[in-house]
Design a protein around this ligand. Structure first.
Ligand SMILES: Cc1ncc(COP(=O)(O)O)c(C=O)c1O
Length: 398
């Protein structure tokens, strides 16, 4: 049997390896110049004022919740069709994670359903860009902000992607309809640092707080405390050793080794996205005539050329073809084609049911999508032959 093609994997080349080796041989393994340079280059790429690199997107989401002032007694609305972290971040700060059903085409938090699900205790919305396609950020932000709620964009799937609004192209993280945007650099994502994440924002105060919370809430401003200015440390002392804990923070730092890899990957990001788009188009063409399978669509036609596809998720009518999803996954596997189910709706996870009493039927569109979805291999290193092999294996299912 041919080698198994996974549903996603990293693309690492010699330039990436050389970049990490250079960082390893440098004076800084963490909190050094590679971190600062990665942040600078990333913020310029997406078009945000600030980028704060973190240990992963989960920690970045936690920090975003803290900065938004979300806590006990508050509710945070997100999409059920996501990885656990988009909702767990609300529970970390003692708030109630709650779920808004998804749009049947984009499978992202539905702006219309947001209105009908809203309650007075909602303090923040976490809008996920499932598979890389943006949620309807302008409509979501317009409504959430009119109710004084924070808007967090979870663009973990969508690094480098964007959307069109009022005839203009915007990048995820670089538009005015989110207070903070979070990205993930896990190996299956579009750009990788091994583990890693980024929080971007145009808000100077949010950026300052994100830097504080990333590193134990500690401020270490040499200029302030050295004795040249009028400021003193917590005990009234002055000196180059002085540091102040201003808030209860964490160690959510990322290393220079990871950021060296991130910078090298960022230089190739447009190429990664273009190749992913090419593969998506090839699959769409190969599956166009199948009545039992739907290919991923976009909310607006204009968005097609702007999506940075992380996942290629099709919907299969398993009943119609008379095969279970397990049988389909096994048949694909027998042809060397890996697949994955993304996602089990978060509100149906045992912890969510036990803790918040959520039950099936809460988000019918997301639940129906879950019943039919299957993600097929998508990553830049897939060759045209690999893509043809996947297409052939899928078509041979019926
Ligand atoms: C939508 C979404 N949000 C957040 C995360 C968390 O990312 P990380 O693994 O970098 O913590 C993931 C990871 O899969 C994700 O898919």
């Amino acid at each position: 049997m041919s080698e198994l093609l996974p549903y996603g994997r990293q693309s690492i080349d010699d330039a990436d390896i050389a970049a990490v080796v250079r960082a390893l041989k440098s004076d800084f393994l963490t909190s050094g110049p590679e971190v600062e340079a990665f942040e600078r280059e990333f913020s310029a790429y997406v078009g945000a004022r600030h980028a704060i690199a973190m240990s992963n997107a989960t920690t970045a989401l936690h920090v975003a919740m803290r900065i938004s002032g979300v806590g006990p007694g508050d509710r945070v609305l997100t999409s059920p069709n996501t990885f656990l972290a988009s909702a767990n971040c609300a529970a970390y700060v003692g708030a109630i994670p709650d779920f808004v059903d998804v749009h049947p085409v984009s499978h992202n938090l539905d702006a219309e359903a947001l209105r009908s699900t809203w309650s007075d205790d909602v303090k923040a919305v976490v809008a996920v860009a499932y598979a890389g396609q943006s949620a309807d950020m302008p409509r979501i932000a317009e409504f959430a902000r009119s109710r004084s709620a924070a808007v967090i964009e979870d663009a973990s799937h969508g690094t480098g992607g964007g959307f069109v609004h009022d005839g203009r192209a915007w990048k995820l993280g670089g538009h005015p309809w989110a207070d903070m945007t979070v990205f993930s650099f896990h190996p299956v994502k579009t750009l990788t640092t091994g583990e890693g994440g980024m929080l971007v924002t145009d808000n100077d105060e949010f950026a300052r707080q994100a830097r504080l919370l990333r590193s134990h809430g500690v401020e270490r401003d040499r200029g302030r405390f050295q004795g040249f200015g009028t400021d003193t440390g917590p005990l009234g002392e002055r000196g180059p050793w002085v540091y102040e804990m201003q808030d209860l923070g964490y160690n959510y730092r990322i290393t220079d080794l990871q950021c060296a890899l991130g910078r090298s990957q960022l230089a190739k990001l447009d190429g990664f996205i273009a190749r992913r788009r090419e593969i998506v188009e090839a699959y769409n063409t190969a599956f166009a005539d199948l009545e039992w399978l739907s290919v991923p669509g976009t909310l607006r036609e204009a968005d097609r050329d702007h999506v940075s596809w992380h996942l290629y998720t099709v919907e299969i009518d398993f009943e119609r073809i008379g095969r279970t999803r397990t049988a389909v996954m096994q048949a694909l596997r027998d042809q060397g084609v890996g697949s994955q189910v993304l996602y089990i709706p978060v509100h149906l996870q045992p912890w969510y049911r036990q803790t918040y009493g959520y039950t099936p039927g809460k988000c019918p569109v997301a639940e129906q999508f879950y019943a039919r979805c299957l993600s097929l291999p998508l990553y830049p290193l897939l060759t045209d032959e690999d893509v043809a092999r996947v297409a052939k294996a899928v078509r041979a299912l019926v």
